[in-house]
Design a protein around this ligand. Structure first.
Ligand code: MN3
Length: 385
């Protein structure tokens, strides 16, 4: 059966890999709409190849440029454009591969319109997990995780009521074996040198602090409705086991394979089917030889513990933690602060924050704004000292 999809964020790391999956699936997936940010050249190239009916750009200024080059395509822009796509009757599934809170509103619109969601956007569940999961349940919509860990758990969750623990694996990031002194001096190139996965810059820095793993714990809590106490993080440097579920009888079901984002993306797009994939080489246990496991070092990587603490507190506490961290990561990417200051700044903002329980979507978005403003202010004051 052919599925009609929209890809929000088609020019990013997940979006471009999703289109590679679409190529491989040979007409099984029909791309009806795509959206991108400022990379209009790639958007034009993708439109010529995949012939979507709708293309959404970030800025109104780019609309005319694209319209002149793409006659038979409707060009939309901004948040409204994304929302319009999420509203289209002919779409079965929306792949949300946007990064940041911009993914939140179109995801909610798509859920309300009873479209399945292939979710690659972290903020959706970290910021508004309670609201989004409740809506998905009410509208009988599948939230299909694209992140490798959550896709693994989703695939291993064969009997929800007998599941005891979720086991989320982590590669440990580029600083797994580094000392604190080495991390103190770490520059951008080192932080961006992820040993296993090729991803966008923000998430790669989050993987170096292990904040990414903390965000994934929060997402898992919402996606699978599991208590934080029953979610474990295990460092597994080879990244062959993408995550696992432990059952009451002592059995553990794990999802194993070579680390490739194509696999979880394809599973989300073709669910519940499994099709011939891009990665055709079989996993070689003999070549892999070694599966190592360690406890995460939360003293060296305090961001992981901070994220879990914020998740447990609930309400808008994860919103604050996420916004402060993201602004600090942006400052690090702009070489305004040092690597270890990402945590220090996030922690300082978080410790001085008073959150709201059971927030509305509007409250979530306004708290996010407030925290970002405060974090930028703190970073600027530090720099002026
Ligand atoms: Mn992941």
């Amino acid at each position: 059966m052919v599925k009609n999809i929209a890809i929000l964020g088609s020019t990013g790391s997940i979006g471009t890999q999703a289109l590679e999956v679409v190529d491989k699936l040979n007409g099984l997936i029909n791309v009806i709409a795509i959206s991108g940010g400022k990379n209009t050249e790639l958007l034009i190239e993708q439109t010529k190849k995949y012939k979507p009916k709708y293309v959404c750009v970030q800025s109104k200024d780019d609309v005319q440029i694209l319209q002149n080059k793409l006659n038979n395509t409707k060009i939309l822009f901004g948040d409204e454009g994304l929302n319009e796509i999420a509203d289209l009757a002919e779409i079965d599934l929306v792949l949300v591969a946007l990064s940041g809170k911009i993914g939140l509103k179109p995801t909610i619109t798509a859920i309300k319109n009873k479209k399945d969601i292939a979710l690659a956007n972290k903020e959706t569940l970290v910021m508004a997990g309670d609201i989004v999961m409740k809506l998905a349940k009410e509208n009988n919509v599948n939230i299909l995780p694209v992140d490798s860990e959550h896709s693994a758990i989703f695939q291993c969750m064969t009997n929800k009521k007998s599941a005891k623990h979720l086991i989320i694996t982590s590669s440990g990031g580029p600083f797994r074996t580094s000392t604190k002194e080495e991390m103190e001096k770490a520059d951008l190139t080192e932080a961006l040198a992820h040993p296993r996965w090729k991803m966008g810059k923000k998430i790669t820095v989050d993987s170096a602090t292990l904040m990414n793993k903390g965000l994934e714990v929060i997402e898992a809590h919402h996606l699978f409705n599991f208590k934080y106490e029953n979610i474990k993080v295990v460092v597994h440097p080879q990244s062959y086991i993408h995550s696992a579920v432990e059952y009451k009888d002592g059995s553990i079901i794990a999802q194993i394979g070579n680390p490739s984002m194509h696999i979880p993306i394809q599973y989300a797009l073709t669910y519940p089917e499994r099709c011939e994939g891009i990665e055709t080489e079989s996993f070689d246990f003999i070549k892999a030889a070694k599966f190592e496991f360690y406890n995460p070092d939360t003293e060296k990587f305090p961001s992981l513990a901070l994220a879990v603490e914020a998740g447990k507190k609930g309400g808008t506490y994860p919103v604050c933690m996420n916004a402060a961290n993201e602004e600090a990561v942006f400052a690090f990417l702009e070489k305004k602060i040092k690597f270890l200051q990402i945590y220090e700044i996030t922690k300082k903002i978080y410790d001085n924050y008073k959150g709201i329980q059971n927030p509305t979507l509007e409250e979530i978005l306004s708290e996010d704004e407030k925290v970002r403003f405060k974090t930028k202010e703190l970073i600027n004051n530090m720099r002026n000292l």
